[in-house]
Design a binder for this molecule. Structure first.
Ligand SMILES: Nc1ncnc2c1ncn2[C@@H]1O[C@H](COP(=O)(O)OP(=O)(O)OP(=O)(O)O)[C@@H](O)[C@H]1O
Length: 266
């Protein structure tokens, strides 16, 4: 293990219970993640690609501490992560944050940007009066390029565009000052014209804050553009991995070849 590794998945397995079999009345399990291992390094963006249902989101949820692995370990700075209580989870989210696909459902429609960001800052240790917190919020808004900051702080989610909402989700993640960002299809619900802007922002944050980023996507073109390493997931397993250029330019697994063949060429 190199010194740059922040988060590591080691032999992760996740089984989900299956409903009783219609004919034989048996219950069984379905293996959504099957012996998955990889490392995320600081200052690097790693892509996880694969078709719908291949297990990518489950991997992200395991790494985020939102699901418990059936087997295997998650290591933060080389030590196994054990989340037993809410307190452990909160401490873990100080290091590992997630940004989801749908910024609308991840923000509470009844609350303003100020509320969302105040809450995140307070959970992660900010104390003091609201004026001091507001200054911190303005700094966060500037970081995600939402200017003038005063225009956004009092807004509700429905008063923001999809891209702006996703920038607020990013600002909320950054309030924790994380070292790892798990981005599960962060731009796939956004208009094509603004996707690149949000990805460039994530890339810039990665460089400025030395973040380890996992970029989960269906989109091989942006994976090629923004990530250094790429893993291909198929039926719960990582079937191919390497530098993003290598995997995309000379895929060896038939499934990766199939994924590439499915990309329309203008
Ligand atoms: N809570 C759950 N209970 C039962 N099965 C689940 C659960 N969560 C996920 N699965 C199943 O596990 C498999 C992997 O799902 P997952 O969401 O990780 O795939 P994915 O690659 O992220 O797909 P997508 O790209 O569509 O988000 C799917 O077959 C899904 O139906």
């Amino acid at each position: 293990m190199t010194d740059n590794v922040v988060l590591e998945a080691r032999g992760l397995v996740k089984d989900f219970g299956r409903r009783a079999d219609r004919w034989f009345g048996r219950t069984g399990t379905f293996r959504a993640v099957d012996d998955v291992s990889f490392q995320l390094q600081r200052g690097q963006m790693t892509a996880l690609v694969g078709q719908s249902g291949s297990g990518k989101s489950t991997v992200a949820q395991l790494l985020a501490g939102l699901q418990r692995p059936t087997a295997g370990d998650i290591l933060l700075d080389g030590s196994p992560v054990r989340i037993r209580r809410g307190q452990d989870f909160r401490a873990y989210t100080g290091d590992v944050q997630m940004v989801l696909q749908d910024p609308f459902s991840s923000l509470n429609p009844a609350h303003t940007v100020r509320y969302h960001l105040t809450r995140a800052l307070r959970i992660h240790g900010a104390t003091g009066r609201q004026e001091a917190i507001d200054t911190e919020i303005e700094r966060l808004l500037a970081t995600v390029h939402l200017k003038p900051e005063g225009r956004f702080i009092g807004r509700f989610p429905h008063e923001l565009s999809g891209g702006e909402r996703q920038r607020i989700s990013l600002a909320r993640a950054l309030a924790a000052k994380p070292r790892v960002l798990l981005a599960d299809e962060p731009v796939s619900m956004l208009d094509v014209t603004i996707r690149l802007g949000v990805l460039k922002l994530i890339n810039q944050l990665k460089d400025e804050r030395d973040l380890a980023v996992l970029y989960i996507t269906h989109d091989l073109a942006t994976a090629r553009q923004f990530t250094s390493e790429l893993m291909v997931m198929y039926e719960g397993k990582i079937v191919e991995r390497g530098t993003s250029a290598e995997v995309i330019d000379t895929p060896t697994h038939p499934y990766t070849q199939q994924l590439l063949a499915a990309i329309p060429h203008p």
